[in-house]
Design a protein around this ligand. Structure first.
Ligand code: SF4
Length: 302
């Protein structure tokens, strides 16, 4: 049985606004084992990015995460506990940003990005040139010499995403947080990206933030969020093939309109199901809905 790399629990996340406190995200609890991928899935404003930011200690100043407990078990047996594991664990936590192209400095060549990262990770001047080419090769570029002197604008979306993976390869990574990593990529690019993550970081725990059910289907575990509420969570095959919650079903059937771009809303923690106004199965029981459970598969629906 592999070890749990990341254990995460938060009671709730609240925002302070003009002397009032509003709940943005409710209780979330999950763990990711060695080599496992967990997808946080939901519309814009569902709380998935806030959850990732809370792990990285990068929440906006007016947002507070209450009851936050994070435990990170790193390679080599070192354990980091507490809200600031992102800082204390250093290069053991790697963040892969949403848009590879936008995350690269447009004025700097791929070579400069790689050299900076390698120097930061302790490689000396003589070693960086060879190591930079090696990292590009490992990230899937057959001829890294053709890539290393390109500027970001000369890269396609898929190539830029592979450069961000090359930058992430420090050899010390235990947890990868990938934020909408396949945005702008076609189906082949999406499959290749996740395959590359697995082959390059076989032992790392991976937290993948996505609104794409096809990406979620390629992970091991899924948490479905809606307006900061966990609607369903469990093994991907169970959640996606036999969803218990009508909201997950609607996501699967692409019935949630507006391109998954719902306007973020502050929610009342005691309100009824957040999908009530758009759910075809909504009824009076949805005002006091509670969690149902079958082993690791948990869902919130009537
Ligand atoms: S609790 Fe009711 S409104 Fe919410 S998803 Fe289930 S059936 Fe629909």
């Amino acid at each position: 049985m592999p070890d749990s790399v990341l254990s995460y629990h938060s009671d709730k996340m609240t925002a302070s606004l003009k002397n009032t406190e509003k709940t943005l995200v409710g209780e979330i609890d999950f763990s990711i084992m060695q080599g496992e991928k967990l997808a946080l899935i939901g519309e814009t404003g569902s709380g998935k990015t806030l959850t990732a930011l809370s792990i990285m200690g990068l929440l906006p100043q007016n947002v507070e995460c209450k009851g936050l407990r994070i435990k990170l078990q790193c390679k080599g047996g070192r354990t980091h506990v507490g809200p600031d594991v992102f800082r204390t664990a250093g290069s053991a936590v790697v963040y892969i940003p949403q848009n590879g192209l936008e995350s690269l400095n447009p004025r700097r060549k791929v070579r400069a990005h790689l050299y900076d990262t390698l120097r930061k990770n302790g490689y000396d001047k003589l070693a960086v040139a060879q190591k930079a080419l090696e990292m590009l090769k490992l990230a899937g570029f057959e001829s890294p010499e053709d890539i290393i002197d390109l500027y970001p604008f000369q890269l396609s979306g898929g190539m830029a995403q592979r450069v961000t993976i090359a930058l992430a390869m420090t050899g010390r990574e235990s947890l990868i947080i990938a934020d909408e990593p396949t945005n702008g990529l076609d189906q082949v690019g999406r499959d290749n990206f996740l395959r590359l993550l697995d082959s390059r970081f076989p032992e790392a725990a991976k937290l993948v933030i996505t609104h794409d059910m096809a990406v979620a289907a390629l992970t091991d575990k899924v948490i479905v969020l809606k307006n900061g509420i966990v609607m369903e969570q469990g093994p991907s095959d169970l959640v996606l093939e036999r969803p218990g919650c009508q909201y997950t079903k609607a996501l699967m059937d692409a019935l949630v309109g507006n391109g998954m771009k719902e306007t973020p809303r502050l929610r009342d923690p005691d309100s009824c199901c957040p999908f009530y106004s758009r759910c075809s199965k909504a009824c009076s029981s949805c005002f006091s809905v509670s969690n149902r459970k079958d082993g690791e598969h948990v869902w919130r629906c009537i």
